[in-house]
Design a protein around this ligand. Structure first.
Ligand code: GLC
Length: 532
């Protein structure tokens, strides 16, 4: 529902920025980013104007899935630094008026987590039931047909105890049993550990997978499977994901957060939008934000985009808050998906839609995917399935010095070749840069109630042009007009009076122009117009 809230909270008004810590800034020359590196770049984030940082996992981990395989929920991996470094990062982030969100991975641990080591040690270990152990079918077959996101059966045979355990991802990432109340309490304790320190909340990994069918029913085949799709899409994961009981778990997590003021959680939920919004919970007792991943997958065209936005707006219940995101560490970067010209249009869209935007590090300077040769693949998904996520995880491009200012050592992933041109330092000096565009859009969004909390309305979506209105009672209204094609276009709305001044343009020469009745748009042009 496109309603305004009486009082909007920081995570509603604000902008989130995702840091992939291995790739943001190295401080000790080992070629991998770390906490002191992030600390040294906080001023960049402050100047950019973001409100909260979400840091991908920094916990002790064998790094089979680069930290998404946690061996201790309450520690810091030595690669990233120490707990003192973390405390300092938190303090300094808060000092600058920003919030810090951690990545919580409750669906699974590393197989090196002491809980799993105990659990697999014998069938009668007290932690046996903390994970999903089952007998196989006759003939040594796994308990059912479920498949892992990273390829192959999601069941791993344990020779020593003669049972299978379940893993939605790698076999070194065994899934926890969220029907076990001790598991619940142990993870909630870990949440409290960080919340007590002052962490502002969590991005919760793989939330829709946390509960699986108790009867372990086989998943049916996916009639829409096409070659080229991920292996796990061969079946419809109706029994291994999004089970109704998951909402009870989410509600309990929310209760943990609600014991602290103004904390929040965002759920990673890769589901159709009608299912994803359910994670907001009954009476808003679920996640604060259910990650809305639609822009990763929608065709980059005005009509489908407008339809998806309208549908999403309608699906939200009173009190649910929308959010938008263009990219993350699992996806190809927006600059590569839609091209650099349209990436500017995309930035304008992200920062003017209704709902909390999340920026993925490097988007603000137009970083693109970096081709990584097979022999340099780091990502297990790349190694197992050939679909590497490495291209979207390359080091941040800070300046044109050797190694782009990211490290003095050998970077863990190769750096984009365009870094001498595409880097923060250079863009800070260029008024027409992607960085400057981001800063201006963010500044205006922060200032204007219509943009950070106002209503949304689609005005037009045709073959090329997408236009929408943002409006808040008693404040200036804004019209956003995006040319999603490369050709010029004419915009002449019939349902609203087009009269105003361009406040931000993707093509800087168009800033400040007066608009009256009709608008001639250049190809790939986006305009944010303050209406009279
Ligand atoms: C989430 C993360 C992804 C990771 C997976 C397993 O989808 O975003 O990077 O590989 O969970 O933890």
């Amino acid at each position: 529902m496109a309603t305004q809230q009486n009082k909007s909270l920081w995570w509603q008004q604000g902008i989130i920025y995702q840091i992939y810590p291995r790739s943001f800034q190295d401080s000790n020359g080992d070629g991998t980013g770390d906490l002191r590196g992030i600390l040294s770049r906080l001023d960049h984030l402050k100047e950019l104007g973001i409100d909260a940082i979400w840091v991908s996992p920094i916990y002790p981990s064998p790094m089979a899935d680069f930290g998404y395989d946690i061996a201790d929920y309450r520690g810091i991996h030595e690669l990233f630094g120490t707990m003192d470094d973390f405390d300092e990062l938190l303090r300094e982030t808060h000092k600058r008026g920003m919030k810090l969100l951690l990545d919580l991975v409750p669906n699974h641990t590393s197989d090196q987590h002491p809980w799993f080591l105990e659990s697999r040690s014998s069938r009668d270990n007290p932690k046996r039931d903390w994970y999903l152990w089952y007998d196989g079918k006759e003939g040594g077959e796994p308990p059912n047909n479920w498949v892992s996101v990273f390829g192959g059966s999601s069941w791993e045979w344990d020779e020593a105890t003669q049972q299978f355990y379940y893993h939605a991802f790698l076999k070194s990432q065994p899934d926890l049993n969220w029907r076990n109340s001790e598991v619940e309490q142990a993870v909630f304790e870990a949440m409290r550990f960080w919340l007590d320190k002052g962490v502002d909340g969590f991005r919760v990994d793989a939330m829709w997978l946390m509960i699986k069918d108790k009867q372990l029913r086989d998943n049916p085949p996916n009639p829409d499977f096409k070659p080229g799709m991920n292996e796990d899409q061969r079946q419809l994961p109706i029994y291994s994901s999004d089970r109704p009981e998951v909402h009870k778990v989410v509600k309990k997590m929310r209760e943990v957060l609600d014991q602290y003021p103004e904390r929040m959680m965002i759920g990673e939920i890769y589901l159709a939008v009608d299912k994803a919004v359910k994670y907001h919970g009954k009476d808003n007792q679920g996640v604060h934000l259910a990650f809305n991943n639609q822009l990763f997958f929608l065709p980059w065209e005005a009509k489908p985009l407008a339809e998806a936005i309208d549908k999403y707006e309608k699906l939200l219940k009173p009190g649910d808050w929308p959010n938008w995101v263009l990219g993350n560490h699992d996806q190809s970067r927006i600059g590569s998906r839609v091209g650099l010209e349209q990436a500017r249009v995309a930035a304008m869209l992200l920062l003017t839609l209704r709902g909390t935007p999340t920026i993925y590090y490097g988007e603000e300077i137009g970083m693109r995917d970096v081709p990584i040769p097979k022999e340099e693949f780091q990502d297990p998904q790349g190694i197992n399935l050939g679909k590497s996520r490495d291209p979207g995880r390359t080091p941040m491009q800070w300046d044109d010095s050797d190694k782009a200012g990211f490290t003095t050592g050998k970077p863990w992933l190769r750096i984009a070749e365009d870094f001498p041109r595409v880097n923060v330092k250079k863009q800070q000096e260029e008024p027409s840069s992607m960085l400057a565009l981001h800063q201006r859009l963010i500044r205006l969004r922060r200032q204007e109630p219509a943009l950070h909390e106002g209503d949304y309305k689609t005005i037009q979506a045709d073959e090329q042009v997408f236009a929408f209105l943002r409006k808040a009672k008693g404040h200036p209204s804004f019209l956003i007009v995006l040319n999603m094609g490369h050709k010029t276009a004419v915009f002449k709305p019939e349902t609203i009076k087009l009269k105003g001044t361009v406040a931000v343009a993707t093509i800087p020469e168009r800033d400040g122009i007066q608009v009256d009745g009709v608008l001639n748009l250049a190809g790939d042009e986006g305009l944010l117009i303050r209406l009279d």
